[in-house]
Structures are given as structure tokens and as C-alpha cells.
Ligand binder design. Structure first.
Ligand code: NAP
Ligand code: GDD
Length: 340
């Protein structure tokens, strides 16, 4: 049987790297859309590229291929779809930082909202048949109208990012209903890992724990410590994305742990791992406050459990420990390099 082909937008990001790993392990050929940048930004996937080359030292890498394109450039998307002919597309590309979306609202909507539309239109225009995954977000619930949040909870987005995600989510459903596109919206609650971007709160904290432990940093400046999030492990969540596209019918699913914790609790566990009291190191800087905040997210993953047979494997405590332990090693190396 021919190998399955998947196209991932956002392959250089946290989720893209875990998803590429998963699909390669399932013997897919993986195409990753990358955009040109002035500095090398493939650190999260470099190991996959090298592994692929090692499989057959005499051949060029065949299992993972990177193609230049941009979610802001419709013609590049049309071309890539015709060129790669994927069986599955995972649209993970986005300007994904909520606070920064207030600084660059138009750019955020262009990539995050219209990017999804451009991909769906490219599928319609080329007539290429394939399954489509849209990376929807719990941020869409924003000022929540019920807790826990389910697939039927109404949205009340609180940032340009969240508004863009609501558009992308609904346009995905619209193409499913209008054109019979096999398209799924995965409403994923926050998920983290040692590969999380360093300006998201969990990684900012665990990086600081590592650096403070090794005398490389004195203080950690944060914004709202009372916000509560339903935090899971990214490696578990990409499995759910794949499972959605293997169903007989396309549908939307909440992916969450069903537990919520405050930023303060994350701090307690993370600093506690190295026997430090976070209160001695953390200071609040209002510059990290958002014009409108999402106070509480808590997802109900019952549908995913029942229909996808999916459940999270990593607990909150294990996640914090995994991230702190990783960042302790990183800081240790940083300290060694500094000493020369
Ligand atoms: P991330 O680490 O910020 O990665 C974002 C990816 O999008 C990067 O590969 C980035 O490429 C790419 N990208 C940005 N602008 C692009 C453009 N114009 N054209 C093509 N690609 C572009 O995000 P993540 O945490 O992996 O999240 C993956 C997706 O899930 C995002 O859509 C995010 O909004 C959504 N989501 C995330 C969470 C979460 O908790 N992590 C929860 C719900 C939904 P560069 O490397 O070139 O910048
Ligand atoms: N980033 C950041 N930096 N957040 C802080 C800080 C800080 O210094 N201090 C407090 N916070 C609070 C934020 O105000 C927010 O309430 C919470 O920590 C989480 O912030 P982030 O880690 O930036 O994540 P997010 O919840 O805004 O968004 C993430 O999850 C969404 C899913 O709900 C992103 O990954 C989005 O792309 C994703 O859709």
C-alpha cells in the first residue's frame, strides 16, 4: 500500500514538531510548510530531518520534506497542494501568542483566520481530495459562559487572536457543510512541553527556575498570576489531532485534561521542584497584563474519550516536572558555557 502523505503548516512550532514525529513513526511521508526567515528556526525538527537521512545513508531524505510557502500567500498554498498531493493537511500555522495579537491584530487575523480560509479555498480550487485538521483553540471561549467548556459552549473571544480562531473554526465547519470537505476542528486547551515557546507563561517559568537555580537570573517578572488554565502535554494532544482525521465522519472535538490550575499553582510546583519559594523571586509587571483577560479555562474531553478513545497520559505534576528538569539541564549547559 502507498505511504500516506501529510502536509503540516506550522511544522517548526511546538505542535508541528511533535506531530511530525508521530506521523513519521506511523510511516507517513511528511511535508512541512516553512517560511523564509533570516535566522535558522528549525531547531525543533532538525533531529527528524537527520534521522530521516540516517535511515539510508545513500539516499536523500525521503520521509520528511520541507517546502517554502506562507499562509499569507494563497498562490504558494495552491502550488504546494498540487505539488505534494497530501492525504491529510494539519493547519497548525498561526501567530499564536495572545498578548502579541493585541500589538499586531491585522497580521494575526491575516495568518490565523485568513490562512485557514486560503488553505480550504486552495483545496476547493484544485479539487484535491484530502482530510483537513484546523487547530482551533480554547481561547475561543474567552469570557466563559459555562464551566466546564464543551463542544457546544458558545464562544466569547477576548483577543484578536481568539477572534481569528473563531473565524477559522467556523469557516472550517462552513466548508464541511457547504462543500462536503472532510474538515475537523480540534478545540485544544493549553498544551505545553519542553519545546514550548519561551514567551508562553509555563516555559517562561520553567526557564527561569533553571536559570535562577544556576545563578544566571535573579528575578522573574510576570503578569496575571490568578489566571487558570487547563494544561496538558503537547505530545498527547497531537495524537488526538491524528485520531480526528481517522474517523469515518468529520467532527469537532474538545481536547483537554478536565483539570484547571492557576499560574500561581504552576509557580509553586515549578519552584518547589528545586526547593525554592517562588514568592522570593517573582514580581508582577503590569506590562504583561492583557487588555482583556481570559480568567478561567476548563475543558470537558468526554466526547474525545468516547469517540476517539483519547485521554491525556501526562498529569499536571508530571508536565511541570518534565519541563523543569529539561530547563535545569539547559541552564546547567548555559552556566558551563559561560564559564568557558
Ligand atoms: P507555535 O509554537 O507558536 O507555532 C506556530 C507555527 O506557525 C510556527 O511553525 C510558525 O512558523 C508558523 N507560522 C506563523 N506564521 C506563519 C505564516 N504566515 N505562514 C506559515 N506558517 C506560519 O504554536 P503551537 O503551540 O505549536 O500551536 C500550534 C497551533 O495550535 C497554532 O495554530 C495555535 O494557535 C494552536 N493552538 C495551540 C495551543 C497550545 O496551547 N499550544 C492550544 C490551542 C490551539 P515560524 O517558526 O516560521 O514562526
Ligand atoms: N505569556 C505570558 N507571559 N502569560 C502570562 C504572564 C507572562 O509573563 N504572566 C501571566 N500570564 C498569564 C496570561 O495572562 C494568561 O492568562 C496565562 O498566563 C497563560 O498565558 P500564555 O501562556 O501566554 O497562554 P494563553 O492561554 O494566553 O494562550 C495559549 O493557549 C491557547 C489555548 O487556550 C497559546 O498557546 C494560544 O495559542 C492557545 O490557543
Amino acid at each position: 500500500m502507498a505511504k500516506k502523505r501529510a502536509l503540516i503548516t506550522g511544522i517548526t512550532g511546538q505542535d508541528g514538531s511533535y506531530l511530525a514525529e508521530l506521523l513519521l513513526a506511523k510511516d507517513y511521508t511528511v511535508y512541512g510548510l516553512i517560511r523564509r526567515s533570516s535566522t535558522f528556526n528549525r531547531a525543533r525538527i532538525e533531529h527528524l530531518y537527520l534521522d530521516s537521512m540516517r535511515k539510508d545513508a545513500h539516499a536523500a531524505p525521503t520521509d520528511i520534506k520541507l517546502v517554502y510557502g506562507d499562509l499569507n500567500d494563497a498562490s504558494s498554498l495552491n502550488h504546494i497542494i498540487q505539488q505534494t498531493k497530501p492525504d491529510e493537511i494539519y493547519n497548525l500555522g498561526a501567530q499564536s501568542h495572545v498578548r502579541i495579537s493585541f500589538d499586531v491584530p491585522e497580521f494575526t487575523c491575516d495568518v490565523t483566520a485568513l490562512g485557514a480560509l486560503r488553505l480550504l479555498e486552495a483545496l476547493r480550487e484544485t479539487g484535491h481530495q484530502c482530510r483537513f485538521y484546523q487547530a482551533s483553540s480554547s481561547e475561543m471561549y474567552g469570557k466563559v459562559v459555562e464551566t466546564p467548556q464543551t463542544e457546544t459552549t458558545p464562544f466569547h473571544p477576548r483577543s484578536p487572536y481568539a477572534c481569528a480562531k473563531v473565524f477559522a473554526h467556523w469557516i472550517t465547519i462552513n466548508y464541511r457543510e457547504s462543500y462536503g470537505q472532510f474538515a475537523c476542528g480540534g478545540i485544544l486547551f493549553n498544551h505545553e512541553s519542553p519545546r514550548r515557546g519561551e514567551n508562553f507563561v509555563t516555559r517562561k517559568i520553567t526557564r527561569a527556575v533553571g536559570r535562577i537555580s544556576h545563578g544566571l537570573q535573579a528575578k522573574l517578572y510576570l503578569g496575571n498570576l490568578d489566571a487558570k488554565r487547563d494544561w496538558g502535554f503537547a505530545g498527547d494532544y497531537v495524537e488526538a489531532m491524528w485520531r480526528m482525521l481517522q474517523q469515518d465522519e468529520p467532527d469537532d472535538y474538545v481536547i483537554a485534561t478536565g483539570e484547571t490550575h492557576s499560574v500561581r499553582e504552576f509557580l509553586e510546583y515549578a519552584f518547589g521542584r528545586v526547593n525554592l519559594d517562588y514568592q522570593q523571586y517573582v514580581e508582577v509587571d503590569p506590562k504583561y497584563y492583557r487588555p482583556a483577560e481570559v480568567d478561567l479555562l476548563l475543558g470537558d474531553p468526554t466526547k474525545a474519550k468516547q469517540k476517539l478513545d483519547w485521554s491525556p497520559q501526562v498529569t499536571f505534576k508530571e508536565l511541570v516536572e518534565m519541563m523543569v528538569d529539561h530547563d535545569l539541564k539547559l541552564a546547567e549547559k548555559e552556566a558551563r558555557d559561560k564559564q568557558g
